[in-house]
Design a protein around this ligand. Sequence first.
Ligand SMILES: O=C(O)CCC(=O)C(=O)O
Ligand SMILES: [Fe+2]
Length: 414
Amino acid sequence: MSRISPSSILSVIRRIRCNSSKTTFSIRTLKNGSEWHPGGLDHVSSRLLANAPLRKYSQECDTLHLGTTSTGSASTNCGDFSMAPYPSCPIPVVDFSAMSLDVKDPDRSNQAVKDLANQVYQAFSTIGVVYITNHGIPQETASLSFSNKPIDTTFETYDKFFNLNIDVKKKYAKRTGTTLKNGWDKLESERATGNMKRPADLKESFDFCGLEDENYTWPNEEVPNFQGTVQTFYEDITSLAARMLSVIAISLDLDPDTFAFAWQKTGTSEGCTQLRYNYYPMISDLSKIKPGQIRAGEHSDYGGITLLLQDDVGGLEVINNVDGQFAPVTPLRGAVLVFIADLMQRWTSDRYKSVVHRVLIPEEEIKRRVPRRSLALFHDPDNDTMVTCLDGSNQYPPIKAKDWVDGKRYSAYK
Ligand SMILES: O=C(O)CCC(=O)C(=O)O
Ligand SMILES: [Fe+2]
């Protein structure tokens, strides 16, 4: 079967929008000879958005939103693009042993670290993300390494919290009017896209900024040792992130400690690094999903780098920085995914670019019947860090880390 290019789909949709309200019918004529088998515009949009560069998609999304149609959900739904269509994962996997947390004081000048840095360079200068394995944070309790908190235990602990009754969770909500970022955010609190025309993301989350907040009460009564578990994991994952920053510096032929100055205040009120558990509830009824709603809208992360662990449900996609296409990030048990975020892009004058990603709703019903969970460390520079292009090019004017990150957070939580 021939493949219809995203741009031809775009133009067809535009024509249909302009000329006819019978959107669903018209689109059906399009499917002949293509590899898409749309049941209507919604489904075409899903394929389109999976293939089209983000910018085109956003424009189309706005166009569709402005229209009306007799087919109702079809054209006002700027994307029931909620189904993840990809079978395979193109994300590079790199063995992080040379810089593992199991190695107490790695010699960053040795060849194994240089090789690792070269592989990281390949990944970040192409697709923009990398999976790292053998990083030293064990997945299971039975692992030989006991020094760090196993990932499974951490996920299970968070799950106990998210399984609590909503009225109980409310007691532990993030408090407004405070700069401290600890606590629960209810379903549909955030629009990762920052676009108010889009519905909020179909997820709950729990943030921890690494700081003891005497005014915040933790749900330790309902979930034994919740705070201790989260805190320990935060320490492990921030240590791993610091090692990744060294590798990134080496990969760019910079001093391994180039970025260290900007992470002196992690875990204080002057730091910005944040651990977030994302909890995407099970979906039993697709018809309850709002037009255009997905689990996490398209966005890039704001700060330095993001370290992400996901369960095995899937749905995460990244835009490949080389060809602008969305690609699936197939779950890889035990591996940590590393993204470049916006401020790192500025520091490196675009040598490494921040990566647009999103989380779709799984295509298979069996995967929608369970919640999806992920744990993200937003390893963001200290509030007062001035982020200035390291190559002296001034490609981006210097910016204070807090100003950038707060601005983005504000748009996402409006
Ligand atoms: O859940 C995921 O896999 C991604 C979440 C994400 O992008 C975020 O929290 O910024
Ligand atoms: Fe993200």
